[in-house]
Design a protein around this ligand. Structure first.
Ligand code: F3S
Length: 275
């Protein structure tokens, strides 16, 4: 049987960097707290917990004097300050692309722009970004949300890193009708889009696609949906041992795609299990 792995697939640059930073810190520190899960993959979280990671729901659950890891989504200046007040050692795994969005939020709002933030208001990345805003703002998810906004002199527009560029373009285009001056900073990271395009390309050249990733991972769910919509038979597993051998039979070429939070070691196990 032939196996083709989508390219690119699996961990994005920001999560790879964050996990590496965390591993190094766990080796030297022994125990590290993280506010929220550092990655949407239960197997990888378990592996990190075995090395000493402690996942807590909130910054007030981090005991004074401990070490805390900031995941790729970043945190707001308020949370940072509260941790510093507790004399906590901060290990920063904020993705540089998220950091750019935080800086743009701060800069545009300081320069007097009414800030429009494209994204999901309750997502931790947006919560962190909003902490940098120093003036009025609105979080929106689509172009039609602009209808609820009165005419404004200056509008600054930024986005959550995982949003679609087409939505950002629609918003920027239609904002012309409500502002005299508009500044758009494209803070979208292409990692998610590139992984989705890779699945579409792969679908045409294989007899079946196995998508590997946490069942709690939204981007893995999206990859699975794309694979299903392509018409190529698709299967979603979290680990290689969940593979249904009966599903493989009669298929000469199998494609593998992995969510942006699936570590390489899980992809390798799957490749070996299929061959
Ligand atoms: Fe960073 Fe993009 Fe990944 S923002 S965490 S590289 S999806």
């Amino acid at each position: 049987m032939k196996v083709i792995t989508a390219e690119p697939t699996g961990l994005c640059f920001g999560v790879t960097r964050a996990i590496k930073t965390m591993e190094e810190a766990l080796i030297s520190n022994g125990r590290i707290f993280c506010i929220g899960s550092p990655i949407h993959n239960p197997q990888e979280v378990k592996r990190l917990e075995n090395l000493g990671l402690v996942v807590v729901s909130d910054d007030d659950k981090v005991p004074p004097g401990e070490a805390v890891f900031v995941r790729a989504h970043g945190i707001s200046p308020d949370v940072h300050r509260r941790l510093m007040d507790k004399n906590v050692r901060i290990i920063d795994g904020t993705c540089p692309f998220v950091r750019k969005a935080q800086k743009m939020a701060e800069q545009l709002s300081r320069e007097g722009y009414f800030l429009l933030v494209l994204g999901d208001e309750y997502h931790p990345e947006i919560q962190g970004i909003l902490g940098y805003v120093e003036g009025p703002y609105r979080v929106i998810s689509q172009e039609s949300d602009l209808k609820a906004i009165d005419k404004i002199d200056k509008i600054g527009i930024i986005s959550q890193t995982t949003q679609q560029e087409s939505t950002l373009k629609d918003i920027a285009y239609n904002a012309v009708g409500i502002a005299r001056e508009i500044r758009v900073s494209n803070t979208i990271c292409r990692a998610t889009v590139e992984r989705q395009e890779a699945v579409r390309r792969l679908a045409g050249s294989v007899d079946g696609i196995v998508v590997i990733g946490g069942h709690n991972s939204a981007n893995t769910a999206k990859l699975f949906r794309i694979a299903q919509e392509s018409g190529t038979p698709a299967l979603w597993v979290e680990e290689a041992h969940q593979l249904d051998r009966g599903w493989l039979s009669g298929k000469a070429t199998i494609g593998i795609a992995a969510g942006a939070s699936t570590p390489d070691w899980l992809i390798k196990q799957l490749q070996q299990a299929i061959l």
